[in-house]
Design a protein around this ligand. Structure first.
Ligand code: HEC
Ligand code: HEC
Length: 335
């Protein structure tokens, strides 16, 4: 008995020492890249910044989720936010330009809403400052959901389930709480939970040197050394800032449409590169089908570089390591 117990202690302490050694080995060892490059990137946190005027609560998130999947706040009764920001397709639609009300095709590619709580400006031209300001636009846009806000509010008020859900989220008389402002705040709250932490790249940054392949490490180094992260910076790999570029096939005036500044003609917000491997096609007009082409365009237009084939392949392999854990959500059963 004694012997056995003794043996148990011995093995567990040996295992402990081995564990410690591996851990410190991992932290101290370098793969030729980590020490030089890891500090030039940021880990993606699981939760994005929460604004002071919209606390993140469970009941708001639940309500925002219902509204996000709710097609009855569209003129046709069949289009919801999730029609274009489809959870099965990287929370976008994987078509070049969005198709909305009465099958009209818009001017721009649908960006993913994943990690959108980390962006300091919303839309390709930044015309909304945050998710609260963004949320009501698509409902009213005639080529998206094509419904007046008044009609949308009236329709929601017709459901006891929504009256209850607004009461849970905002307190007081549920019917009175069904306002555009509260709709926007709930949708923003839901979207703030749609983050994708723990990608192979994040695990690498945190010290798991085996999380990236050698090719991905070469791609990471080339990405940083070329200056790609001058703009694709921060946790979501975007500076949320606007840069002039004419991507293939685009005539869109971009940021100019908001500011009317000559210097903003054809300027677009840097898109996130998180999950970029699953959010094709690319650029503001969705006119570029593959990551290989997108990387070539960026190298040439933004940095004046012509990459060799194997260099493009390395960067693309690196971009694949930015696909994180997709949010686990239960699709709501609507009233
Ligand atoms: C018809 C397709 C369609 C529908 C429906 C739609 N969106 Fe979008 N969404 C887009 C497109 C296209 C853009 C980019 C538009 C632009 O930049 O001018 C966009 C942009 C966004 C952005 C900004 C992301 C970024 O990277 O800047 C957010 C957030 C968003 N939508 C959330 C929503 C919400 C919430 C709803 C429902 C109320 C919704 N969308 C409904 C197509 C759609
Ligand atoms: C000067 C800022 C800047 C630099 C440097 C830069 N980018 Fe971009 N990137 C942008 C902007 C702005 C867009 C959107 C352009 C558009 O659609 O009109 C973009 C778009 C992209 C896209 C398409 C993403 C999508 O969802 O549509 C990829 C991929 C990309 N960049 C990768 C790179 C790589 C790789 C490098 C380095 C070779 C790089 N970028 C350098 C600003 C920059």
């Amino acid at each position: 008995m004694r012997l056995i117990r003794h043996f148990k202690y011995a093995t567990s302490s040996i295992l402990g020492v081995v564990g410690l050694l591996t851990l410190s080995g991992n932290l101290l060892a370098d793969d030729g890249y980590h020490a030089q490059y890891a500090n030039r990137f940021e880990v993606l946190p699981a939760i994005s910044p929460i604004p002071a005027n919209n606390s993140l609560t469970e009941s708001k998130i639940e309500l925002g989720k219902m509204l996000f999947f709710e097609p009855r706040i569209s003129g046709s009764g069949v289009i919801s936010c999730a029609t274009c920001h489809n959870p099965a397709l990287g929370w976008t639609d994987r078509i070049p330009r969005a198709t909305g009300h009465a099958a009209q095709v818009g001017e721009r590619n649908t960006p993913t809403v994943l990690n959108s709580g980390f962006f300091a400006a919303q839309f390709w031209d930044g015309r909304a400052a945050d998710l609260e300001a963004q949320a009501l636009g698509p409902i009213e846009a005639d080529i998206e959901m094509n419904m007046s806000l008044d009609d949308a509010i009236t329709r929601l008020k017709g459901f006891k389930e929504y009256q209850d859900a607004f009461a849970r989220a905002y307190g007081g008389d549920g019917e009175k709480q069904i306002t555009p402002n509260n709709v926007a705040h709930a949708m923003a709250s839901f979207q703030r939970t749609l983050n994708t932490p723990n990608s192979p790249f994040d695990r690498y940054l945190q010290g798991d040197l085996a999380a990236l392949t050698d090719q991905q490490k070469r791609g990471m180094a080339l990405f940083a050394d070329s200056g790609c992260n001058a703009c694709h910076s921060g946790p979501a790999m975007t500076d949320s800032y606007f840069h002039v570029i004419k991507v293939p096939g685009s005539t869109d005036l971009g940021r100019f449409l908001v500011t009317k500044n000559e210097a903003d003609k054809h300027a677009f917000k840097t898109p996130t590169l998180r999950n970029v491997a699953v959010t094709y096609p690319y650029f503001n007009n969705g006119g570029t089908a593959t990551l290989e082409e997108a990387v070539q365009v960026m190298g040439k237009e933004m940095l004046g570089r012509e990459y060799k084939k194997n260099q493009v392949a390395d960067i693309v392999a690196f971009l694949h390591s930015l696909t994180g854990e997709m949010p686990h959500i239960e699709i709501p059963a609507l009233p």
